[in-house]
Design a protein around this ligand. Structure first.
Ligand SMILES: Cc1cc2nc3c(=O)[nH]c(=O)nc-3n(C[C@H](O)[C@H](O)[C@H](O)COP(=O)(O)OP(=O)(O)OC[C@H]3O[C@@H](n4cnc5c(N)ncnc54)[C@H](O)[C@@H]3O)c2cc1C
Length: 467
């Protein structure tokens, strides 16, 4: 019998299986043939595409993610980018350079404000200070654990308390005095792509961390995000892909994992599937009841994706955001996020991944195929107009709705738990649970989503299990 079964090989599951395999008999179970979930790279008609995640930010010395990959000798080919993102808004282009002076020139030419310099320097300082603090620990599994967590947040609290309890929109309005509506829209959309919530929903610490990813090292990953998982899979001895865990039952000493063809046993489970839907995986009422506490954290945030193959001599930046004046039909957003393959990346150079926020409830009806084709056409038109991509340069395209994600990676809500003020401690699910032997990791648990956020959850799980 295994010590640990890790169910799901997203960022959280794959990296947890990596550290667990060093100490315990562990098996990683994945429904699909490839690892990575929202951050995977998939093949469609001979071509490769990043499924969701395309950016890799904050990979630098002394961050947990960097040190973890170094420690486990995870090697992948990457290229440091001078800027995180190029944003189109109001007929202007703002390049979010890593270099402060270069970025200040950009933002001042689009939205001049005398406080811009001080504001972005503050945001950068908050980011630097935040990532030097690593003594916090989070668990809400018992009253004792809650107290222990509270005391571990002391350094973080003392450093950031003015920003923890200030609404980001209020903070920004006070900081800038009068601020252009479109500038606020720009800031809102920058925070949204990282935190899955807008300024009025988050505290200023969350907003500052979301805004500051451009000042960290941002890399292009050759061969797609999936190449990181290929490197991880070389170091995890027991992986069962194409294995969908349909149900888990609990005995007094261990768990039994059921697939349509077989049963596996493990003393402990690390669940990397979204916590909102997890209760349907368990047969016993105690686990179901515990997991049902988190159903209400699901705010139905999802994505509509368009994937392109292009053939053009035009050279593009790696990542763009196009912010429009009005919301896009069938979506919940007025902005698109577009990522291009690098010209030196033989596998991905013609591949484009485009995403926009939507809700699963907009994609549940029979007429969705027409709706899907209509939205795909709208998005292609916006891209061609704003980026100067010729229509005939698009060799092929297809799209994915929240239902497509459900079919492939078994989740239709995407992007984790928005960092809203009402999710403040202890409402966030922790990486351990009151159910003996049941652990969680991934973007619907502490502390956040994306590579950096999920990896902080992996660090917390490592502290819980190995220290
Ligand atoms: C459109 C989009 C764009 C994004 N862009 C970025 C970005 O640019 N940069 C960034 O850092 N982050 C980005 N993110 C966020 C990031 O991708 C996610 O937060 C992260 O990948 C989630 O990882 P996870 O560990 O929660 O696992 P998930 O990605 O949720 O993976 C879970 C895995 O479990 C498997 N699984 C589910 N149920 C079962 C079962 N019953 N049995 C076996 N296996 C199962 C699934 O197949 C899947 O592989 C983006 C997300 C989306 C949706």
């Amino acid at each position: 019998m295994d010590d640990f079964a890790v169910v799901g090989s997203g960022i959280g599951g794959a990296c947890s299986a990596l550290f667990l395999s060093k100490k315990f008999q562990t098996t990683l179970y994945e429904k699909e043939l490839t690892l990575g979930g929202c951050a995977s790279t998939f093949k469609h008609q001979k071509n490769f595409y990043n499924a969701g995640a395309t950016t890799f930010a904050g990979y630098e010395k002394n961050t947990y993610m960097y040190d973890f990959f170094e420690h486990h000798h995870i090697n992948f080919q990457k290229k440091l980018l001078p800027s995180a993102l190029s944003v189109f808004i109001n007929g202007k282009k703002i390049i979010r350079f890593q270099d402060m002076d270069a970025f200040l020139d950009e933002i001042n030419s689009a939205f001049y404000h005398q406080n811009n310099k001080a504001f972005y320097e503050l945001v950068q300082t908050i980011n630097k200070d935040f990532f030097t603090i690593n003594d916090y620990y989070y668990s809400n599994a018992s009253a004792f654990e809650k107290l222990k967590s509270l005391s571990s947040f002391k350094t973080l609290f003392l450093k950031f308390y003015p920003y923890l309890f200030t609404n980001a929109q209020v903070f920004i309005q006070n900081y800038f005095g009068k601020i252009d509506e479109r500038y606020l829209d720009f800031l809102d959309n920058q925070v949204l792509i990282v935190a899955q919530a807008k300024l009025h929903d988050v505290n200023f610490l969350t907003a500052a961390l979301a805004l500051s990813y451009q000042f960290m090292d941002n890399y292009y990953i050759f061969g797609g995000m999936g190449s990181i998982f290929d490197a991880i899979s070389l170091k995890v001895p027991n992986i069962k892909t194409h294995t969908f865990i349909e149900k888990m039952t609990r005995t007094s000493s261990h768990f039994i994992l059921h697939t349509s063809k077989a049963e596996f046993e493990a003393k402990n489970i690390v669940l990397n599937t979204p916590i909102f839907d997890a209760k349907s995986l368990f047969a016993d009422s105690k686990t179901k009841e515990y997991l049902s506490h988190y159903t209400s954290l699901n705010k139905d945030i999802s994505a509509f994706m368009v994937y392109l193959q292009i053939d053009t001599s035009k050279v593009f930046d790696h990542h763009y955001q196009i912010i429009l004046d009005k919301p896009i039909k069938y979506t919940t957003s007025n902005s698109l996020f577009i990522s291009f393959g690098d010209l030196d990346d033989a596998k991905m150079k013609q591949s484009v991944t485009i995403s926009v926020h939507t809700q699963t409830k907009l994609w549940e009806n029979a007429q969705n195929l027409e709706q899907k084709m209509e939205l795909e056409a709208i998005i292609k038109k916006i891209i061609c107009e704003h980026l100067g991509l010729e229509k005939r340069a698009i060799l092929s395209s297809f799209s994915a709705t929240p239902q497509t994600f459900k079919r492939f990676i078994n989740r239709s809500t995407l992007g984790g738990i928005p960092m809203r003020k009402e999710n403040f401690l202890y409402r966030l699910p922790s990486n351990n649970s009151p159910i003996k032997g049941l652990y969680h990791v991934g973007d619907t648990t502490f502390p956040a989503q994306g590579w950096l956020g999920v990896m902080l959850g992996v660090r917390n799980l490592e502290k819980i299990l190995c220290h």
